[in-house]
Design a protein around this ligand. Structure first.
Ligand code: BEZ
Length: 212
């Protein structure tokens, strides 16, 4: 297991899942991906997370992000658990859950933190860009369910900053003003950002979001 850091190439793998064998790179194609781990099947917080994730799938699709969950149990267990998720969360799980009973993928992605729990995964999130580099890593403890609005917000930021010379400020939401990248001088910024640039300080320049 090697530590994965931002900018690293996401390790490829082939693994069984609730929807059959999956090769990560084939599954992602030339789109974005979100790989998120769950401590174990038939656990309460994970049940709510996967139900919520299923309800958010259209939003991930809109952003060309393929969803891939992981839990350290086998395919048969996933199948039974998915029935419970669908029933209790009033949805249909509509993306694959990797069956990681041999802990191959969770070890590859450093999702088991032994001082937290030596057998279950923590709640890891990896967002992978079309060039297969890792753009975001988040780690939550098992006891805290993730906020899927925040995951969409950060994907919006990552996609915006991947294609425009901007960064997003604190609490930014899609549609808010953005920060001009420090690598651009104000003269060039005024040419690039035709909606206008406000120079609050030479290092703090704001502009309307360029892609709307
Ligand atoms: C849960 O998903 O509910 C959970 C799993 C492991 C520890 C605590 C909560």
């Amino acid at each position: 297991m090697a530590t994965i850091r931002l900018g690293d190439v996401a390790p490829d793998f082939t693994a069984d899942s609730s929807m059959g064998m999956i090769n990560l790179y084939d599954y992602l194609g030339d789109g974005w991906g979100i790989l998120f781990s769950h401590p174990a099947d038939f656990t309460p917080v994970c049940t709510t997370e996967l139900g919520t994730a299923a309800k958010f799938k259209a939003e991930f699709d809109k952003r060309n992000v393929k969803m891939l969950a992981l839990s350290v149990d086998g395919v048969a267990s996933h199948g039974e658990w998915i029935k419970d998720i669908n029933e209790t969360q009033h949805t249909t799980v509509n993306f694959p859950i990797i069956a990681d009973d041999d802990k191959k993928v969770s070890t590859l992605y450093d999702m088991i933190h032994p001082n937290a729990n030596d057998s279950l995964t923590v709640r890891s999130v990896y967002i992978i860009a079309p060039d297969k580099t890792v753009k975001l890593i988040i780690t939550y403890p098992a006891s805290t369910g993730r906020n899927f609005h925040e995951l969409l917000r950060v994907i919006d930021s990552l996609q915006l900053t991947a294609y425009h010379k901007v960064a997003t400020p604190a609490n930014w939401e899609n549609g808010d003003r953005v920060v001009v990248s420090p690598s651009i001088n104000t003269e060039d910024a005024n040419k690039i950002f035709t909606k206008g640039v406000e120079e609050i300080k030479p290092y703090l320049r704001m502009t309307p979001q360029p892609n709307i």
